[in-house]
Design a protein around this ligand. Structure first.
Ligand code: ZN
Length: 281
């Protein structure tokens, strides 16, 4: 764990320092570091924010799906955008993955920045301890990456401490993002396109609806552009179940719909995303 990208104490906001077995602040608040390497900065009040998708089987299913590379083209586009934004930057870029999940995108972006010769100190934050544990295991002790279990709505980071952040399929905490970003700091958001997973929805629902694509403007940010990424993926058996569980539809779907998805042996479906870029004003 590197000290220069210091976490702040979620109780009092003071800087946290390394202590035996964890982190602590000068007021005596202490936080454990798990053996896997992540720091648990959750407070009891954060638990209400826990989403359904955060349990261990869900995290494992998502990890298995992503590791097969189905979303890799989008991840590479995103990493390219991040690397381009910081190309030629002197000194170290401080990047936050807000809602990093099990760290698939976190690791990939970290590697692309390194390949581009950009120094990076990375922080990943996720409300799920299972996800944080998996994400932490993607990094070696000498690497400048730290993972914390914490809420994106109460980031354990100082004001204006980040050069950039990414928010992928995670709760969007606009005010917190504005707080931790430096002026001019970058923000990338990945959202599903209108026809993302259309054929999966057709297989599950009697009347599928396209995804609503959100308005681009975000208060406090300048909109820098949208990059569409679309493709088609062919899935079999457990891959289909894993994908379905990753979607927000899973929890809104009737038992009949879930049974239909579980019965699918093969599925070819469109995927589509938009990578949105912003800069803090
Ligand atoms: Zn404290």
């Amino acid at each position: 764990m590197e000290n220069e990208f210091t976490f702040t104490c979620p109780v009092c906001g003071r800087p946290l320092f390394m202590q035996e077995g964890g982190l602590g602040c000068e007021k005596g608040h202490r936080f454990d570091r798990a053996r896997s390497g992540y720091v648990n900065l959750l407070l009891p009040g954060d638990k209400h924010a826990k989403l359904p998708g955060d349990n261990r089987p869900m995290v494992n299913a998502r990890r298995a799906f992503l590791e097969k590379g189905f979303y890799r083209p989008m991840a590479e586009e995103l990493a390219g955008e991040v690397a381009a934004a910081f190309a030629g930057r002197k000194g170290e870029v401080r990047l936050l993955d807000a809602g990093c999940g099990e760290g698939y995108y976190t690791r990939l972006v970290f590697d692309r920045l390194a390949e581009a010769g950009t120094g990076c100190a990375l922080v990943g934050v996720d409300i799920s301890k299972f996800a944080a544990e998996k994400a932490a295991k993607r990094f070696q002790p000498g690497e400048k990456a730290v993972i914390a279990a914490a809420s994106v709505f109460r980031l354990p980071l100082a004001e204006e401490s980040c050069d950039g952040l990414m928010s992928l399929f995670a709760p969007f905490a606009r005010e917190e993002f504005l707080r931790v970003l430096k002026p001019g700091g970058w923000m990338w958001e990945v959202i599903p396109g209108a026809r993302h997973l259309w054929q999966l929805k057709e297989a599950v629902y009697d009347r599928p609806y396209p995804n609503e694509v959100k308005d681009y403007p975000v208060e406090g940010f300048g909109f820098m552009g949208s990059r569409p990424v679309a493709g088609e993926i062919a899935l079999r058996g457990e891959e289909i179940a894993a994908l379905f569980q990753m979607t927000p539809y899973y929890y809104k779907t009737s038992a009949e719909g879930q049974a239909r998805a579980a019965a699918l042996e093969e599925l070819t479906t469109e995927i589509s995303f938009e990578i949105l870029s912003y800069r803090k004003k």
